[in-house]
Design a binder for this molecule. Sequence first.
Ligand SMILES: Cc1cc2nc3c(=O)[nH]c(=O)nc-3n(C[C@H](O)[C@H](O)[C@H](O)COP(=O)(O)OP(=O)(O)OC[C@H]3O[C@@H](n4cnc5c(N)ncnc54)[C@H](O)[C@@H]3O)c2cc1C
Length: 499
Amino acid sequence: MSADLVVVGAGGAGLAAALAAAESGCGNIVVLEKMAAPGGNTALGGGLFAVESPLHEAQGIATSRDDAYASATQWARWKNDPRIVRAYVDKSGDTVRWLSEKGLDFRLHVLYPEQSPPVWHMTSGVELIKALRRDCERAGIRLLTHTSATRLLTNDEGLVTGVVAVSRGTPLTITGTCTVLATGGFGGSPALLKRFVPRYKESVAYVGRARNVGEGLTMAEEVGAAVDDEVALLFEGPSTPISSKHWLVTDPPRDVPGVVGAIFRSLANLAKLRSVVWLNKAGRRFTSESAYPIDMACGNQILRQPDGICFAVFDDKIRESIENRGLVGSIGANMGTVRVPELRKQLEGFQRMGAARIADSWEGIAEWIGADASVLSGEIDEYNAACDRGYDPVLLKDKRYLLPLRTPPFYSIRCHTLLMDTLGGIRIDEKMRVLDRRGRPIPGLFAAGVCAGGLQGDSYNYDLPGSAQGFAVNSGRIAGENASGYVADVRAKESRLRE
Ligand SMILES: Cc1cc2nc3c(=O)[nH]c(=O)nc-3n(C[C@H](O)[C@H](O)[C@H](O)COP(=O)(O)OP(=O)(O)OC[C@H]3O[C@@H](n4cnc5c(N)ncnc54)[C@H](O)[C@@H]3O)c2cc1C
């Protein structure tokens, strides 16, 4: 098989790249997808970052590309690539227009109550993939599912000339003038996580597609691509792996009363409720439960704790208030009031599963955690005293969330750092061309989406939420447009040679 452009991976980045290339005049495009259907982690996501978007304009909300650029570079302490940041930020508003024209609806959202202006353009990841796929089909782009790329082809001059793949068990070679790698992150590969994320621990609960294992990154390295020293992690935590609101339990416990999805969603939110207290295995608090941004504060902090786990503890008064009034102002897309009926029964179900403990004394909780009872009780006494004073002198927890824990029974839920995706790996430039170890573009090779680095440095910027899916679609578009230009240049050169 031969093609002008071969795109590896049919998530947000790959489909956007293929479509943008077709819209820019590239003719013969093939997209390879190892799974049965396109989507990748993009299909699980909720929304994209954008500034100066049509929604902002329609709603009279002032946002600025320069402000976003400043936020991205400062957040990353200049460990990212400012030119890539610029290209991403500048494209973002137009990408919302591009997707809106494909029929997608957006609404503006913030990740935290404190965040302003709203830059997270919420949509459905599934609908996003459907719209891109439909337009790819209309543009005549071929999508080969069940087709896993295994190796890049190169010629004597170092040009990338195609891809070797396995399609439904049969080897397949596709010669291509140009290739875009868009294989997503490597959350499914503990080996790569250990290599690129020194703070990684096995306790991390990855909730993305298990078969996103970084094959694009490996293939790029094999042809001489430069790679990042460290990549950013997209955390959402603390959370109970069995209670992810994104619902990944294949065998849900039927004995827990209530609607299973709602239980898991509410327990995941409960673990992030700011009025609970987080303890490590030694029975000590380790970070403010109201720290900003909470996902990063607890994601990184839990990884510093023994065995990389923590325990969210609270008392019966908090339990009762959640049952009666719900979780008000919980975090992320579920902001608002989340109803948690029969929480006590739900917690009993979790206790039977070994994921929670209910005890009449802090000694009982300490025993389950494996902590010294006097250390844990001392920590709670110190916390309760801070609540009485309305000031937490140790960890500076926001006084709005300082509620003493004195009413038994006491509850404890085991929590892990929840990982949604890895962000970075292959070194690219602002045209999404893959760079070699001397910083030169490898001819015929582009990369887009979270398999490529440059936007984030070593930490995801929670002040610009939606920047994983956002980077996927924006970098995909940029890669596709430039890949199309590359193919046109090659064709023009060939025709000059023929003349
Ligand atoms: C539950 C969840 C919620 C999220 N919510 C958000 C959100 O609201 N906002 C946000 O910005 N981000 C969010 N993210 C992260 C974001 O969705 C992803 O990081 C981003 O969309 C990745 O896009 P991508 O195209 O680079 O990779 P993916 O969408 O993962 O696509 C990669 C594709 O490549 C395929 N592939 C891999 N290897 C090969 C191979 N060798 N051959 C062929 N195909 C291959 C994979 O099967 C996959 O389909 C979320 C992630 C998760 C898990």
